[in-house]
Design a protein around this ligand. Structure first.
Ligand code: ADP
Ligand code: MG
Length: 694
């Protein structure tokens, strides 16, 4: 429906140009998707006489006077009356400019907090002009009215909220019957979704707030459905058959699992099955393994390596830090079958060691190669790399991951992350990957006990620390900053380190770790801590992700109010890895914000990274959740990745079905390229999709 706005009665070339340049509106359809920035439920407007000090209110009435007042600075006072009382809107700064906006006799709505000085006033209220003439009738009957962003040019040919209301209303009346449904009736019925035409009407002029929400949900479904549809289509088209055929598995993974000292959890077993199935399919694997810290992802990933190696190909495991590489190397030597030749390559190897390692890799004498970024150096050439594991994948850039892949011939790829994200988000962020989840922790694991104390109880905390140190345990002690600063009143790592070492735990070995310490010293400190030579490790948040120190059972975090949920959970994951009961002690000032209190409460109540990430998403919104911003995934217009979980799961499921029933994928791809500017297929206009299509 590519109808230019000039077809609308009353829109000539001048107005059309303003709509185009100032609101990006060129067609009738663009107008239908010019979504209100908010709604106004007139029934919620409070009589001014009933407004009390400090109350958040919306009031409305006629402007009775507009005055510039000169006190210490110039301020603008706009007195508004609804007949029951007067409320003044007060503005500081740009008063002269603002003055022009307000005219006596205009009807205006003010929202904000009531302040009672000489009279009732709201400082810097939100305000909207309402026209008494046309819309007001319906407003008075309790209509919810849409408020739109105005164009910059307001005078003459521009559009304010009221102008847009008229325009949209007229477009709805004349064109809505021509809007084509985008989703089969059967799907709409299945999920109780309203029709697209109804949704477009309801997003502008809802009968009730519920109607507005139903409309948004339908548009969100549309958006996600077409987004997923395209991602899945591309995934299928790109998933070319492997250039070699897989020899049918010799049950290598099963055999390997039987040799382990522990038995795998059900989630681990399922993940191994999923990986095995991928490795027996004619397509390359592209899988994300999500599991909380300590859920045992490494052994699962290694099971896949065992299969690949049993078929004569090589495997690589890339991790973000040397210490983690070292740890994985030791684990591998311990648990993998003896005939698997594992080597470690790191940045700190000598020239000679490096040369030997490279030779082993290129000759095929190394089966499993574990390393840091050192793995992607151009001198590293594999004989036949078939399987890649990337641990803590968010620590690597797309480029680095890509580089490792080019070292093999369509290698299978398993990426791992210990920052679980909610299903709704991973389906969207990683829509083109298959995902395995490990939610369950190994059975022998005692959940970490999390306690919160105000800083006045620190003495008691020191006493319990001493208690555990006496039993031979080790302790992490985390602070938000390295050194004291005049700007913020926070305890620092350096200061606390000195205090603990010189005053409180003089008989213990206390060490300090932070980001300004050179990498090799950091590694050395971590190694000494791992070996048990250090009793208390005072640090900032640099403590390595993924590090496994089973003997450390207490994690103290000062100024816990300063950290995000995910970060606190990650830090907590450093303990609880051994046989001893572990504790996470969250220290906070006496007085903290409601948000911080909520975060600390969530943490003391749950030890499940998936639950925590869901709450995090709800608290912060999808845009701020770790790592999502960089993906540019926040620009869904209708869907909220934090709360629309059902919509996302259902839309994905239906998109999967539709794709699986497709006859001709290439033709469909062409259709999409052709249709991508169709506003009704909203998801196809997502930044990521547009970039994939270009
Ligand atoms: P993460 O998922 O955080 O990477 P790891 O793979 O490092 O966790 O595993 C943490 C520890 O748990 C390791 O010492 C590992 O050997 C051990 N582990 C893994 N799976 C099990 C299991 N099923 N039972 C007992 N211990 C396990
Ligand atoms: Mg790990």
């Amino acid at each position: 429906m590519n109808i230019p706005v000039t077809s609308i009665h009353g829109i000539g070339p001048v107005k059309a140009e303003i709509l185009k340049t100032e609101a990006g509106i060129e067609t009738v359809e663009d107008l239908l998707y010019y979504i209100p920035r908010k709604y106004l439920d007139r029934s919620l407007i409070k009589p001014m006489v009933d407004c009390f000090s400090n109350e958040e209110v919306t009031v409305g009435g006629k402007i009775i006077s507009v005055n510039l007042i000169r006190r210490r600075q110039i301020l603008l006072q706009v007195d508004v009356s609804d007949g029951t009382d007067i409320v003044s809107a007060v503005f500081f700064g740009a008063a002269g400019f603002l003055q022009k906006l307000f005219n006596e006799g205009d009807f205006i709505l003010l929202s904000g907090r009531i302040n009672i000085l000489r009279g009732k006033q709201i400082v810097h209220p939100d305000f909207d002009f309402i026209d008494e003439s046309s819309d007001i009738k319906s407003v008075n009957t309790g209509r919810i009215i849409p408020l739109y962003r105005s164009t910059n040019s307001l005078k003459k040919n521009g559009f304010d909220s009221r102008g847009f209301r008229r325009l949209v209303k007229s477009v709805l009346e004349h064109y809505i019957s021509r809007i084509e449904e985008t989703i089969p009736e059967s799907i709409l019925n299945k999920y109780g979704l309203i029709r697209i035409s109804d949704a477009l009407k309801g997003i502008h002029f809802p009968d009730t707030i519920e109607h507005a929400e139903q409309s948004r949900m339908r548009l969100a479904f549309n958006e996600i459905y077409f987004f997923q549809y395209y991602i899945l289509l591309l995934k299928k088209i790109n998933n070319a058959v492997l250039p070699y055929s897989r020899t049918i598995s010799a049950k290598a993974a099963e055999k390997f699992i039987k040799t382990l000292k522990f038995s795998l959890t059900n989630d681990q077993l399922r993940a191994v099955d999923e990986i095995s199935a991928d490795l027996n399919s004619p397509y390359p694997m592209n899988r994300l393994l999500q599991g909380d810290v300590g859920s045992g992802k490494t052994v699962v990933a290694l099971a896949g390596a065992v299969i690949t190696i049993s078929r004569g190909r090589q495997a690589a495991l890339m991790v973000p830090t040397e210490i983690l590489a070292q740890q994985h190397y030791e684990t591998s030597l311990k648990i993998l079958p003896e005939n698997i030749r594992t080597i470690l390559i790191t940045g700190s190897m000598t020239q000679k060691e490096r040369k030997t390692a490279y030779e082993m890799i290129s000759s095929g004498n190394a089966d499993l190669v574990i390393g840091t970024h050192a793995l992607i150096q151009s001198a590293v050439n594999f004989k036949q790399l078939g399987y890649i594991i990337i641990d803590e994948q968010h620590r690597f850039g797309v480029e680095q991951r890509g580089k490792l892949r080019t070292k093999g011939e369509t290698p299978d790829l398993l990426v791992m992350t210990a920052t679980p994200i909610p299903r709704s988000l991973s389906m969207t962020l990683y829509g083109d990957l298959d995902v395995s989840y490990i939610r369950e922790k190994p059975a022998d694991r005692l959940p970490v006990k999390t306690l919160a104390f105000p800083v006045s109880r620190l003495g008691g905390v020191y006493n319990s620390m001493r208690n555990y140190l006496k039993q031979g345990r080790q302790i992490f002690y985390v602070l938000p900053i390295i050194e004291e600063s005049e700007k913020i009143d926070l305890k620092s790592a350096v200061e606390t380190y000195n205090h603990l070492k010189d005053t409180v735990f003089t008989d213990m070995s206390v060490a300090l770790l932070h980001g300004k310490i050179p990498q090799n010293e950091k590694d050395d400190i971590m190694l000494r801590f791992r070996k048990g030579e250090i009793n208390i490790l005072v640090s900032t948040t640099v403590i390595e992700v993924g590090i496994d120190i089973p003997n450390a059972n207490v994690m103290v975090i000062e100024h816990s109010e300063r950290f995000g949920l995910a970060q606190l959970h990650q830090l907590r994951g450093r303990v609880g890895r051994g046989e001893h009961q572990s504790f996470c002690i969250l220290i906070h000032p006496e007085k903290i914000s409601g948000d911080a209190e909520e975060r600390i409460k969530i943490l003391t109540e749950s030890d499940d990274g998936f639950i925590i990430s869901e709450k995090d998403l709800q608290l912060r919104g999808s845009g701020q959740l770790i790592g999502t911003r960089q993906h540019g995934f926040t620009d869904f217009e209708f869907a909220d990745l934090g709360t629309d979980i059902d919509i996302i799961i259902n839309a994905r499921r239906e998109a999967e079905i539709a794709i699986s029933e497709l006859q001709d994928m290439e033709e469909e791809l062409n259709n999409i390229r052709h249709n991508r500017f169709n506003k009704q297929l909203k998801g196809l206009r997502h930044k990521r999709i547009l970039s994939l299509l270009s």
